[in-house]
Design a protein. Structure first.
Length: 99
């Protein structure tokens, strides 16, 4: 657990994402904003990087519509206090299901 906690970093620009393995987007439930963010993430993240959204209301197919990397997009929705409840959901877009 401690090793995992130490691997978290906070950054202020997309260029810092060049060596990461996973990104979890958690902006407001605005599809245009999420699409713009994922288009930027696609440019800066390495090809193996998992791109996750914390959305609970927007389909992942729609979020990934403006990207060429739909097979890398998953949902990682954390309910309130997941460390206490153990509740966590994960979804994947159709591109993942087909591969």
């Amino acid at each position: 657990m401690q090793k995992g906690i130490l691997s978290y970093n906070c950054v202020l620009d997309y260029e810092s994402f060049k060596d990461i393995d996973m990104v979890i987007e958690a902006v407001t439930e605005n599809m245009t904003s999420k699409q713009q963010i994922f288009a930027e993430l696609e440019k800066y993240c390495p090809p193996h990087c998992i791109l996750a959204s914390n959305t609970s209301t927007i389909y992942f197919n729609l979020i990934g519509e403006k990207t060429r990397c739909q097979d890398r997009i998953i949902g990682a929705n954390f309910f309130r206090f997941p460390h206490c409840t153990g509740i966590y959901t994960q979804e994947q877009i159709d591109a993942w299901k087909k591969s």
